[in-house]
Design a protein around this ligand. Sequence first.
Ligand SMILES: O=P(O)(O)OC[C@H]1O[C@H](OP(=O)(O)OP(=O)(O)O)[C@H](O)[C@@H]1O
Ligand SMILES: Nc1nc2[nH]cnc2c(=O)[nH]1
Length: 186
Amino acid sequence: MNAPALAEVMADADLIHDREALEDAIETMADAMRDEYAGDERPPLFVTIMHGGMPFAAQLAFALGERGLDVEFDYLHATRYRGGTSGSRLAWLHRPATPMRGRRVILVDDILDEGHTLKAVGRWCEDEGAADVRIAVLATKVHDRCVDGVCADWSGVDVPDRYVFGYGMDYNEQGRNLPAIYALGE
Ligand SMILES: O=P(O)(O)OC[C@H]1O[C@H](OP(=O)(O)OP(=O)(O)O)[C@H](O)[C@@H]1O
Ligand SMILES: Nc1nc2[nH]cnc2c(=O)[nH]1
């Protein structure tokens, strides 16, 4: 069965965080991140997790640049939702090309939900020899199902325990470019 069209879903959805709130949260996060890396000789490796992390990563990168912190870009694509609304096995579609050995890595993603994605990706970076792996997410979903030992070093906003979309996050591959976060109607 085809998924409902975005317009149909939007009619029932709840606005959770508007654009202004998200932009403010990203600015606040950038202040803390700049302080963490300001004294380093080498820029951190700023790894965007595609697809969902892309809009947030772009905005965060500009906010860091504005504060005088340079970052080196790379990206990876690992997905466990594959356009659906419940997770399954993690599939790697692209791994970063930059050698990780000795690097301070920032993993940049849209959402920390159950934590399986960031746990597996973080472990891979460590296995590749990263000196330090930190996590920056736009949103953290509030529930008690997160895997042990995974939490964000920087998180912009909390979201309720519902399926959310917008600001990078999809509803059946739709709605990623909505400039706010919505939750599916209950
Ligand atoms: O904490 P978890 O329960 O593991 O879920 C979080 C992950 O799920 C989403 O990715 P998705 O698999 O939907 O891929 P996408 O970014 O391409 O949409 C999101 O971008 C995170 O990477
Ligand atoms: N779009 C979207 N992706 C997710 N990945 C894990 N949780 C979510 C969610 O609530 N929405």
